[in-house]
Ligand binder design. Structure first.
Ligand code: MRU
Length: 352
């Protein structure tokens, strides 16, 4: 892809360079992140966002302070790893990839804690592995999902589950990129995705950069374009998937799923196995982030609501498994997800 979401710069010590997603599409600005606090802020403010990208950012984030500790004091190094992980874990609550990546980093440090130098070597290797694996996994999701797209298909997507939301390629957009590489003509309708407009600012930008035929609509137009018979399939990403196949994703995804069911349109969720939370049985146990009211009252750069009006701003919703045609993972499709089918794929992928 022509867009680089984030990467580690330098060796040891080094820092993270990421595209500032709050400034797209008007400005393409790279920012350098050199401390745990700066990484916490970048995740919280959505400078970096999208479940897999948040996981990669957090893994790199753990390195930022730890790399400067005295290697001779292994207890200090291990303590700092745990502190950094706890701080980063408090940035956002819904995307499980954040916690998954941090748990991997802490487990690695604990395993290697015979020496401070050993912990640091291990952590650099682990963060690099999480980053590289994400790119590879997205490509595999793309190959699996492209089979669901015929030449000439039109897809509706919500939010941004593309290259900007991962280390590369994306999840929900990966099948579209792979299908294009296979010579298929694919068109996309992108919901603008209020309140923060990830669809308008990021998906429309990213798809245009990649030369994909994209049409932007406001969220309340999705039903109309489905009614007009323009949509062949819905592809979305996920922030956390429960054991029974319920899917948390950007607010508005549930409405799109209900509309898709009404119009007989397949609804596909694309996600890596790291987005499944095996500890959560049902979607109603998934913590849903609530964000500031100004995102709703002043979301478009000027105030659009009366002062003092009460606002409710959940950033995610849960789509029940019964509305999901299939979940597309790097370990294959989970058709009409149920707990047994989710478990079978998690077992195949070595998660259970
Ligand atoms: O609030 P955001 O922009 O982080 O929300 C992102 C989404 O909801 C994405 O659809 C999801 O993380 C999947 S990204 C591959």
């Amino acid at each position: 892809m022509s867009v680089e979401t984030l990467r580690w710069i330098g060796g040891r010590p080094g820092h993270v360079r990421m595209i500032d997603q709050t400034r797209l599409p008007l400005e393409r600005v790279m920012v350098d992140i050199a401390t745990v606090d700066a990484m916490h802020d970048a995740i919280k403010r959505l400078v970096v966002r999208g479940a897999p990208a948040i996981g990669v950012a957090a893994a790199f984030g753990v390195l930022l302070d730890v790399q400067h500790r005295d290697e001779r004091d292994r207890e200090d190094v291990l303590g700092r790893v745990r502190e950094s992980a706890a701080r980063l874990a408090s940035a956002r609550p819904t995307a499980v990839n954040l916690f998954w990546a941090l748990e991997r980093m802490v487990a690695r440090a604990t395993r290697d804690h015979a020496s401070g130098a050993g912990i640091l070597d291990g952590l650099f290797e682990e963060a690099r592995a999480i980053f590289e694996a994400d790119r590879e996994i997205c490509r595999r999701i793309g190959v699996e999902g492209a089979q669901l797209l015929r030449d000439g298909a039109t897809v509706l997507t919500h939010c941004n589950a593309g290259a900007l939301a991962t280390a590369d390629y994306g999840t929900a957009l990966a099948p579209i990129y792979v299908a294009k590489d296979q010579g298929k003509r694919i068109a996309v309708f992108a919901d603008e995705t209020r309140p923060l407009l990830q669809g308008a600012r990021l998906t429309a930008w990213e798809l245009r950069e990649a030369g994909i035929d994209v049409t932007l609509i406001t969220d309340n137009m999705a039903g109309r374009v489905m009614f007009e018979g323009r949509i062949d399939a819905v592809f979305v990403g996920a922030d956390r998937i429960a054991r029974n196949g319920d899917v948390a994703n950007k607010i508005g995804t549930y409405s799109v799923a209900v509309l898709a069911r009404e119009h007989g349109i397949p609804f596909y969720v694309c996600a890596p196995l790291s987005t499944f939370d095996a500890k959560i049985e049902h979607g109603d146990q998934i913590p849903i982030e609530e964000r500031g009211e100004e995102e709703v009252t002043c979301g478009l750069g000027r105030r659009t609501a009366p002062e003092g009006v009460r606002v409710y701003n959940p950033a995610f919703d849960v789509t029940p498994a019964r509305l999901v045609t299939a979940i597309v993972t790097e370990a294959g499709l989970i058709e009409r997800p149920t707990r047994a089918r989710v478990d079978a794929v998690l077992r195949r992928g070595g998660v259970l």
